[in-house]
Design a protein around this ligand. Structure first.
Ligand SMILES: Nc1ncnc2c1ncn2[C@@H]1O[C@H](COP(=O)(O)OP(=O)(O)OP(=O)(O)O)[C@@H](O)[C@H]1O
Length: 290
């Protein structure tokens, strides 16, 4: 097979595996697949896991996101802060395909144009999202919750007779250790503390081995001790996964963050260390309304 044919074959395989839908009429977007990629792999050779440029979206004439540009490196733990209504949730909705922007570019790695995909497909590509409230199966044990999160056939029959293979069992054990619930495998999820439920849900996302995790106010409602353990967890995850954390708790952000992005009126107002952005006059003005 000539290199050209191999490249074309790899390209077709990548496209078929990922089964993109919608908005294929755009030449620019289709051109996102100009490089071959191994199915299931995100091309981070350009040093970015997520890239958005000039993204805008309006709701009934109100511009919630306004030319938003972000650049997240592989393995980075980025905190996003901003006052109420700054556009943090809408930004996550756009990345995960819940909301389609009116304009702009959103790339996962350097080859996957996320605007061509629907929400479930984006999850399959390796972007996991954790909403603020924990959503676990309360009547099931910690173990079964994690088992259900494995990438397997979710049909009723398949679920009833499902037994994880040794690789999956190893992964389950590793995730249980990571989320510090190894001693609670047989407990019902409904009997866990609020913090433990949040960790369990993060564990369920980890079972899917996401490249990028979006976490919305993960420590809201947690005790100080749970917050400290969550910080430890995130520091363990960073490097292996990229994390985008929306939070209001500044002391938590101080513990985990290297770089902080401040959103205001749908755009990036400031970026830097927490200390840098906290001393930025524009940020002070927005937060204190001076
Ligand atoms: N579906 C929608 N329809 C109309 N307006 C919307 C919609 N979604 C968001 N908005 C508006 O867009 C703006 C940004 O909202 P968003 O929820 O993204 O902000 P946020 O930074 O997450 O705020 P918070 O910290 O309060 O959660 C707000 O003014 C909100 O009212």
């Amino acid at each position: 097979m000539t290199p050209d044919l191999m490249e074309e074959g790899a390209r077709r395989y990548a496209v078929r595996e990922a089964a993109p839908v919608g908005r294929t009429e755009s030449g620019g977007r289709a051109a996102g697949f100009s490089r071959p990629m191994v199915p299931g792999e995100v091309d981070t050779t350009h040093g970015r896991i997520l890239y958005t440029e000039d993204v805008s979206v309006s709701f009934d004439g109100f511009r919630a996101i306004n030319k938003l540009s972000l650049d997240i490196a592989p393995g980075e733990l980025r905190c996003i802060i901003g006052p109420n209504g700054a556009g943090k949730t809408t930004m996550m909705d756009i990345i995960t395909g819940k909301t389609k922007p009116d304009a702009g570019t959103v790339f996962f790695g350097s080859t996957i144009d996320l605007l061509r995909y629907k929400e479930p497909q984006i999850a399959q590509l390796g972007i996991g999202r954790k909403f603020q409230k924990p959503t676990v199966f309360e009547q099931l044990t910690v173990y079964v919750n994690l088992e259900l999160a494995l990438k397997t056939d979710k049909g009723v029959k398949a679920s009833m007779f499902f037994r994880p293979d040794s690789e999956q069992s190893d992964r389950l054990a590793e995730v249980l250790r990571t989320i510090q619930l190894a001693d609670s495998v047989d407990r019902l999820a409904g009997n866990l503390s609020h913090g433990q439920k949040q960790w369990l849900e993060i564990g369920m996302l980890l079972m899917q081995d996401p490249k990028l995790l979006l976490l919305d106010e993960p420590v809201a409602g947690m005790t100080d001790e749970e917050t400290a353990r969550t910080a430890e967890l995130f520091l363990t995850l960073k490097g292996q996964h990229s994390l985008l954390v929306v939070e209001h708790d500044m002391s938590f952000i101080k513990t985990i963050s290297e770089k902080v992005t401040v959103l205001h009126e749908g755009s990036v107002l400031a970026e830097g260390t927490l200390e840098q952005v906290q001393n930025d006059e524009r940020v002070i003005e927005v937060y204190l309304g001076r």
